[in-house]
Design a protein around this ligand. Structure first.
Ligand code: PLP
Length: 278
């Protein structure tokens, strides 16, 4: 959809302008959220707004009021029923370029509707490939920062190598994917890295843990090493764009004979059902 929200106005994307002095443009000084809309319903809005509040707090910015109303207006205006809300908040424009920010800036608030590819069930059943890299990003990956250069380079590394995702390791421990959280299955146990400053607290990660628990399957939050991943029975990635993405090959290591595993498909189906009935 062409209509967006920028700093108090709804206007066509092509008419939207921001200052070259915006700190988001100059410094990547801001945070964002990506929120799915399924069948006109904003998915887990409270959880996304809670994480946004936390990200703002961690970069010393104030909470922004009324975002839910603006989001709902954009959803009403959109002809489509399934898409994503991209919400981008920067510290605002400052008269001069200085690392030190003025305390009284007006934040820049951009909210727009975006389409992202939702994988068909056939593609999901086939599974995807992943590759491994050192997690060279900064130590505050729990903030959903718009400074995404590290993630951009790492996601493109996956793409250039024919993979869906790059799985990241810091000090030999799995943190997350470049755009997703990661789960593995070994001997029927499900593991995911525990939350810390080294990974984003994914809204989907949290949802899957809760849905699995309701279905009698607990997730163990623990350290995961490279050997655990390449010897795993199953691996999947989770994110708001595609809740469960099975991984059947990690670099040259075939997972589960190259087939999507039982638990992965089960959690995929449970998540799909939850989304359908939301
Ligand atoms: N980790 C990173 C680095 C991400 O970029 C994302 C999603 O964009 C996630 C994890 C998954 O988060 P969520 O499930 O909230 O989309």
């Amino acid at each position: 959809m062409d209509e967006i929200y920028l700093n108090g106005s709804f206007l066509p994307k092509s008419k939207a302008q921001i200052s070259i002095m915006d700190r988001g443009f100059l410094f990547g000084d801001g945070v964002y959220e990506l929120i799915p809309v399924f069948n006109k319903k904003v998915f887990l809005l409270d959880q996304h707004l809670k994480r946004l509040k936390n990200s703002l707090n961690l970069i010393q910015m104030n909470e922004i009021q009324d975002l839910d109303n603006i989001i709902n207006k954009l959803v009403e205006k959109n002809q489509k029923s399934t898409f994503f809300i991209y919400l981008h908040i920067t510290r605002g424009a400052q008269d001069y370029r200085n690392h030190i920010y003025s305390k009284n800036l007006n934040p820049t608030i951009l909210i727009m509707c975006e389409d992202y590819p939702q994988f068909s069930q056939d593609l999901i059943k086939k599974g995807f490939f992943a590759t491994i890299q050192d997690d060279f990003r900064w130590m505050k990956s729990n903030i959903k920062s718009i400074s995404l250069l590290g993630n951009v380079l790492l996601k493109n590394y996956a793409f250039d190598n024919g993979c869906y995702e790059t799985l990241l390791f810091r000090n030999k421990r799995l943190t997350e994917g470049s755009t997703s959280n990661v789960f593995i299955v070994k001997n029927k146990n499900i593991y995911t890295p525990k939350l810390s400053n080294e990974l984003l607290p994914g809204v989907t990660r949290d949802l899957l843990i809760r849905l699995l628990s309701k279905n009698g399957l607990s997730v163990i939050e623990s350290d995961i090493h490279e050997s655990d991943v390449i010897n795993a029975d199953e691996v999947w990635c989770s994110s708001s764009t595609n809740a469960v993405v099975p991984i059947v090959k990690v670099d040259d290591n075939i997972i589960n004979n190259g087939k999507t595993g039982y638990t992965t498909m089960k959690v995929y189906e449970i998540a799909q059902e939850f989304i359908t009935n939301f």
